[in-house]
Design a binder for this molecule. Structure first.
Ligand code: MG
Length: 258
């Protein structure tokens, strides 16, 4: 076979510069540490896309009247009063303003905005609710919304509950779903059909061998929320696949120095 040596050389150069083990960055709650942004805002999603990170993470809940909404905490402040997201109807939640002035977004709005993103993926975290039925309703509704918009190739899921992982596997077998709770080995996660782990970085400090074990099983390793330069460097050296961070530009810079 007549293989062009220049093409082969270019290919080798490409591999060596991009690095086979190069880590990918996931902006935790979007890219929010920048002007005009706020955690879990639509602006944070668009800003994550603008800096071309691998993924933008977002946390979601079900309102009391069954509408998927975006928020991290179980509660939000409205007119000086703490209200519980899953016990509050959408009409009330819509009065909540994020720190950048945005109205607390619905998941539909978030996904509509995401259709305009062409660089970042969306990493959706299903929050743990007071009952499994409501959690199941949330997962069913969101997977349907993702499919209706043809976004399934660009969306991944994460959750602390094993039942969430199993439910996503059942409803959308092609979807990548990662487990957050830090207590299951790569072998168990692989048997469950998870795409991999998404653990606090302290878990990987304690069990660094889980990275290789995961890779041997074709699994990926994500770590959160890695913000300090020394931890970012150590996670890179431990060859995790994804770094979830509040400091996406800092991680980018450290990766470029490696
Ligand atoms: Mg989260």
């Amino acid at each position: 076979m007549n293989r062009n040596p220049i093409i082969i050389l270019l290919f080798i150069l490409l591999i060596s510069t991009t690095g086979v083990n190069a880590q990918q960055i996931i902006a935790h709650r979007g890219y929010w540490k920048t002007e005009g942004s706020a955690q879990n805002s639509i602006a944070a999603l668009m800003k994550a896309d603008s800096i071309a990170v691998f993924g933008s993470e977002v946390d979601i809940w079900l309102s009391s009247d069954g509408v998927p909404v975006v928020n991290h905490d179980a509660t939000v402040m409205l007119n000086g009063e703490k209200i519980t997201v899953e016990e509050t109807p959408l009409s009330t939640l819509r009065q909540v303003k994020l720190s950048n002035g945005e109205t607390l977004p619905t998941v539909e709005e978030y996904l509509d905005a995401f259709t305009a993103c062409n660089r970042t993926r969306l990493i959706i975290e299903f929050k743990t609710h007071s009952g499994k039925e409501r959690e199941e309703e949330l997962v069913r509704k969101v997977i349907k919304m993702v499919h209706e918009r043809g976004l399934q190739e660009k969306v991944e899921y994460i959750a602390f509950g094993i039942h969430f992982v199993l439910l996503v596997r059942q409803l959308d077998p092609q979807a990548a779903v990662y487990y957050l709770n830090g207590d299951l080995s790569p072998g168990v996660l692989s048997a469950m059909g998870a795409a991999g782990s998404d653990y606090h970085y302290n878990v990987i400090y304690r069990r660094p061998e889980w990275v290789q074990a995961a890779h041997d099983l074709g699994q990926k390793v994500n770590v959160w929320t890695v913000n300090r330069p020394e931890d970012i460097g150590k996670m890179i050296n431990l060859k995790v696949d994804f770094i979830t961070t509040d400091e996406p530009l800092l991680v980018k810079e450290i990766l470029q120095q490696q």
